[in-house]
Design a protein around this ligand. Structure first.
Ligand code: FAD
Ligand code: DHB
Length: 390
């Protein structure tokens, strides 16, 4: 089989790339080791930057997002129950939009299916090869058959555990990593959110985040031990801990109920360089992971895809490879800034087992500084709404 761009991974990065390329009449094939229902069901991110919304508009997949997404003009930071609002719109003129990754993925799948996108689901043994040749290939098994796709370019959108990054020779690939000594326990509950804006809270007992998926569905998280099992966390235990960490003021309006999703995610910072090797490009979680504080993971994946789309469009439309040649460097410059922000906000908002009283006072001083300085608050705000593409 042949195509222009073979995209490994049909998560948000792969789907969006295929849609943006389809809009330019550039042919793609999408592969995934899972199926559509599984991918649509993965509960993950919930906050979209304005640039991410723009990308979905450009893709032609933003109608439902505009109807159902919730625009947010600010969010709150809380320390031991004291609260500070970051006025995103006042400080940056921008907003963010609450719209689940599940919904964004459904919208993109629907549009790709309508337009007859070629998909291979439930594939195994995916192997990119001939990356340095002008005819790279992707080999895999599908329904017991061996399949080879021949293409111009391969886009590695296969997430952190994918094969694309591993296809870059070890003497070329450099990786940078920090694993945090805790996880996030998250639940979904069919109750209105505790506040109309998100609250990120640091408390002696650990971090908590009050988020939402709609005006009737809440998404709440607490910092937990990396070794905890969801089975250790009954709903009652979760609610007690969550309310304590939010503080009495916010917790007064908390509506509790049975959770219908409960999972633990580890926290990690990770970057792989370069993000291009021959005719293979990495985009999204295949190249980098951020800790979830600040809601950057999905938005960063979308920013990579926007730059990759521009680079490929320039090649196919005008035969120019300038943006392709600059891709890795351009994209990584932005990636590192977003890594920095996610690391900083994580460092500010969590209880680290190794922290001495000194570090705790540093966290508190940073919070007090944010409360007293518009410049410091604006620095948080401009990162939260999303840095410019280049
Ligand atoms: P993915 O969504 O991981 O998609 C990769 C796709 O590739 C998957 O469909 C996978 O099945 C497929 N694949 C993997 N290996 C292969 C292979 N060998 N062959 C073929 N296909 C393959 N971000 C936030 O901003 N906020 C959050 O609250 C948040 N929570 C998260 C919770 C969890 C548990 C995780 C894992 C991530 C979370 N993220 C969050 C991050 C965000 O969801 C990701 O940044 C985003 O999904 C990245 O999109 P992607 O398309 O690059 O990768
Ligand atoms: C959500 C996740 C985040 O990591 C975050 O910073 C904000 C919101 C969420 O899942 O709703």
């Amino acid at each position: 089989i042949t195509t222009s761009v073979c995209i490994i991974g049909s998560g948000p990065a792969g789907l969006l790339l295929s849609q943006l390329l389809a809009n330019e009449e550039i042919d793609t094939i999408l592969l995934d080791r899972k199926d559509r229902a599984y991918i649509e069901g993965r509960i993950r991110a919930g906050v979209l930057e304005q640039g991410t919304v723009t990308a979905l508009e450009e893709a032609g997949a933003a109608d439902r997002l505009h109807r159902e997404g919730l625009p947010h003009e600010g969010f709150e930071l809380a320390f031991d129950g004291e609260r500070h609002r970051i006025d995103l719109t006042g400080l940056t003129g921008k907003t963010v939009t609450v719209y689940g990754q599940t919904e964004m993925t459904k919208d993109l799948f629907e549009k790709r299916m309508q337009q007859g996108q070629r998909f291979f689901f439930n594939v195994d043994d995916v192997k990119p090869s001939d990356l340095k040749s002008d005819r790279p290939r992707v080999h895999f098994t599908h329904e017991g058959q061996h399949v080879t796709v021949e293409c111009d370019y391969i886009a590695g959108c296969d997430g952190f555990h994918g094969v694309s990054r591993q296809a870059i020779p070890a003497d070329v690939l450099r990786t940078y990593e920090r694993v945090y000594p805790f996880g996030w326990l998250g639940i979904l509950v069919e109750k209105p959110p505790v506040s109309h804006e998100l609250i990120y809270a640091n408390h002696d007992r650990g971090f908590a985040l009050a988020s939402m998926r709609s005006n009737t569905r809440s998404r709440y998280y607490i910092q937990c031990d990396a070794s905890d099992d969801v089975a250790d966390w009954s709903d009652d235990r979760f609610w007690e801990e969550f309310a304590t960490r939010l503080g009495p003021d916010a917790a007064a309006s908390l509506q509790t109920g049975p959770s219908f999703e409960k999972s633990i995610a580890p926290l990690r910072s990770f970057v792989a360089e370069p993000m291009r090797y021959g005719n293979l490009f990495l985009a999204g979680d295949s190249a980098h992971i951020v800790p979830p504080t600040g809601a950057k993971g999905l938005n960063l994946a979308v920013a990579d895809v926007r730059l990759l789309h521009r680079a490929l469009a320039l090649h196919y439309r005008h035969g120019k490879d300038d943006l392709i040649d600059a891709y890795s460097e351009t994209v990584l410059r932005r990636v590192w800034k977003v890594e920095r922000f996610s690391w900083q906000l994580s460092t500010l908002m969590h209880q680290f087992p190794e922290n001495s009283d000194f570090e705790k006072r540093m966290q508190r001083a940073e919070f007090d500084y944010l409360r007293s300085s518009e410049a410091a608050s604006r620095a948080i705000a401009e990162n939260y709404v999303g840095l410019p593409l280049d």
